[in-house]
Ligand binder design. Sequence first.
Ligand code: NAD
Length: 481
Amino acid sequence: MTPAMIIDGRGVAGDITFDVVNPASGAVFAQAPECSDAQLDESVAAAARAFPAWSAKVDDRRAALAAAADRLETRSEEIVTLLTAEQGKPLAMARMELAGSVGALRALAGAELPREVIQDDAEARVEVVGRPLGVVAAITPWNFPVVIAINKLAPALLTGNTVVLKPSPLTPLATLAMAEVIHEAFPAGVVNVISGGDGLGARLSGHEGVRKITFTGSIPTGKAIAAAAAGDLKRITLELGGNDAAILLDDVDLAAMTEPLFWSSFLNTGQVCAAVKRVYAPAGRYDEVVQALAARAAATTIGPGDESGVELGPLQNRRQLDRVAELVDDAIRSGARCVTGGTRIDRDGFFYEPTVLAGAADGMRLVDEEQFGPALPVIAYDRLEDAVAAANGTRFGLGGSVWSGDEERAAAAGARLTCGTTWINTHALPLPFAPFGGRDWSGIGVEGGRWGIEGFVDWHTVYTARSRGANAEAGFAETVA
Ligand code: NAD
């Protein structure tokens, strides 16, 4: 059965549908509704109609978010199944994604609103209040469709905005199922979820009824969205691609660190924005690092996500598989060597062997670009400052990490990384209460913690004069004096 979109509190079918492919088989296994222009207009209009009442009552918003968390928890397992079928990840990973989504809804139900009294004395009371923006467009990618959607919905809704959410056309099903499960916790029009292709994303981001776009996806799309937002000065939060470096120091404990380093790179088959995408190893320990990572990669159990014991599923789509294969082939032509992996797996679906490449160097496309897949280049360095410079030498700036037995040395090197998050002795660990975002081309704005919540408001300063001396003329004279 084709799932429905949720528009103005109702399940709505599309006039036409599009194919959804199971990446473990490469075959079409479901259909999703394609949202028409009229349905897009209706979803934005419904969100605008719902906004005044929704933004007025914070207690109702908290209760609705908590109720949505309960609903999602109760019906997680049916969404887990769909998520694995359309995205490819192992069931255990899909369960973690749903658990993280439930946790985020609960945490946001109880989170503080952006509001602060910054002066309260005989002269004046000054309060700074975060006001909701109106209709928020949320546009999501295909690697973690459910939790990325919830991480946008929950803070947007808590702060009093209403939402129109559009998932990736490659993974619409789990998001539509999630919407079907949670939408009844909210008044009609507060949460609208529509599905369709990239063109729908473009029309949604250019829609005159939208005041903010929160987007996670690729850098080129992020730039297109920034351009679409500019004419109307819509607010934007862009969580974009990364090319995170892990720098290993000469005292790294490989016996303890190989496992976390491997998962930091290969989790979700490498399709993680802040995965380790290149490793810089000291020349004196280079062979050891390469061998340890290659041995771990070679021992991985790969298969369809719904088979038990599977650690890594397929790439999510054929284009991504072709891209990873092309980047590995290019690296080999440029002088790198596959220590393990380097080929597609000969079976249906979009499977690629976990791959570790030695002899990789800056300037190779696999090192300079974001591969977003299970192929990890290891680059030798002589001087730490060269590794730091190489890590910083791209337009990306999402995450980075330093691995060492000496926490202080690692932190000193980590502080020099130009990125949104530096991890020490781990990488890509989600930190829901910290700001997460990218510098330079990896994004604008952040998600997470109070910083993420503040991305869904405009600031409103309310000044109450108490002293007769605090008149505008006197204040102005003081400021300019
Ligand atoms: P994508 O940019 O191709 O698509 C993402 C979403 O944008 C989809 O819903 C798509 O339909 C929509 N879209 C496409 N063109 C659009 C346009 N012109 N206007 C508006 N919307 C449009 O990205 P993807 O391939 O789905 O995701 C992979 C990328 O996402 C990788 O680069 C990855 O690093 C990045 N990513 C970043 C983060 C982060 O938090 N920084 C998290 C996950 C993924």
